[in-house]
Design a protein around this ligand. Structure first.
Ligand SMILES: [Fe+2]
Ligand SMILES: [Fe+2]
Length: 377
């Protein structure tokens, strides 16, 4: 278990410290990870920080960025590698850009007719994002909706890095244990791309929280939109199907129909025929999942199970952070913006996973010390 090497009292002395930024905490490097430096800032400074500022100050997020870059470069297929590189640099929603007003209305009507959406015409898709500098949108995005897993600036990067680590582990395990190889390019690329439209679906808001997600075809809209983006960019059917399995493995016929529904919705948004594209087949008038990239799809789904722990990690530590925010920082319960800024910085620097582990093993005082090392009241 790591320990914090700073003495809290030493940095609480002196009024100048209230606004100064000081390098305070040097946490030991992980066995194969990164050196975790934490610099204290004032609460006022924290409240003024953007999500990009927070993400790019976090050694954890930067380490995830480096790992993801290495993994993208390890993809052998140049067209897939280029696509992932482009999307991480600028997650431009080409799938939305190609929709003019007439197409948009036609898509909405078709989604409604199939019960894939229950939103009105103005809200059935997210708004076009404001273009940011290269890498900023992707690497400052949260890992999910606010209050769920990795919901902090840079959370998407840590989610993806963890998932790709796990995916590589599965690919290698199957090879070493069962003596066969899956298509690593498809398995790893599907994992790298499975949440590609979270920057679009979860933009940061003024109060430091993020947009609430709609559903599309009975799942979070980011899922259908991410698959739709791969279709818009003409990616191979195997990669699209494997990515579509992130939210459900095709274990039973009912599961296969569920995945087929997501692919059908993604095809509708693109105005393409999912059967001709090779995503689905038609059997007795019913759309069925095409039986391609099967193990890679299962692996994508298994590799996306980080949420089992990372959702409770947020939900079980938020009340602790809120209590400390109230007692140490005098943040009123209804001052959501101040609390969100504080919690974003804390999670972004340490991760909710580490906060959860430290709280489980050492209790509230440890979390208090970690928070005060990062933000001074
Ligand atoms: Fe997802
Ligand atoms: Fe995910």
């Amino acid at each position: 278990m790591q320990t914090i090497n700073n003495n809290r009292r030493s940095f609480l002395k002196g009024s100048a410290l209230a606004t100064a930024s000081l390098a305070l905490t040097q946490m030991p490097a992980f066995a194969s990870g990164f050196s975790q430096k934490v610099t204290a800032i004032s609460l006022d400074t924290c409240k003024k920080m953007s999500a990009v500022d927070m993400a790019f100050e976090s050694q954890m997020v930067l380490a995830s960025k480096q790992y993801l870059t290495d993994q993208i470069n390890s993809i052998n297929d140049w067209s897939i590698r280029n696509l992932v590189t482009d999307i991480y640099r600028q997650p431009t929603p080409m799938v939305l850009e190609q929709l003019d007003n007439d197409n948009r209305t036609a898509v909405w009507k078709e989604l409604l007719a199939k019960n894939y959406s229950n939103s009105d015409l103005d809200h059935f898709l997210p708004n076009q994002p404001v273009k940011q500098a290269d890498y900023h949108a992707f690497y400052s995005a949260p890992g999910s909706g606010y209050g769920s897993h990795h919901s902090y600036p840079g959370g998407l990067a840590t989610h993806l890095a963890a998932n790709v680590h796990i995916t590589n582990g599965i690919v290698n395990t199957y090879q070493e244990t069962y003596n066969y190889k899956v298509d690593r390019d498809i398995a790893v690329a599907a994992q790298l791309l499975h949440d590609l439209h979270k920057p679009l679906v979860f933009p940061w808001l003024k109060d430091h929280s993020c947009r609430k997600e709609n559903t599309l075809a009975d799942t979070g809209e980011h899922h259908v939109l991410s698959i739709a983006e791969l279709i818009a960019r003409n990616m191979p059917a195997e990669l699209v199907v494997a990515t579509a399995c992130a939210h459900q493995a095709p274990m039973t016929l009912a599961h296969q129909q569920q995945i087929a529904k997501w692919l059908d919705a993604a095809a509708i948004i693109n105005g393409i025929d999912p059967v001709r594209y090779g995503l689905l087949t038609k059997q007795q008038g019913q759309l069925r999942l095409n039986e391609i990239a099967q193990q890679e799809g299962f692996i994508c789904h298994i590799g996306d199970h980080d949420y089992v722990l990372s959702v409770p990690a947020v939900q079980q530590t938020l009340p602790v952070l809120r209590k400390i925010a109230h007692e140490q920082y005098a943040i009123a319960d209804d001052d959501h913006s101040a609390f969100n800024a504080l919690r974003n910085r804390i999670y972004s620097l340490y991760s909710a996973m580490q906060i959860h582990a430290e709280f489980s093993n050492h209790g509230e005082d440890r979390i208090k010390a970690m928070m005060l090392a990062a933000v001074q009241p």
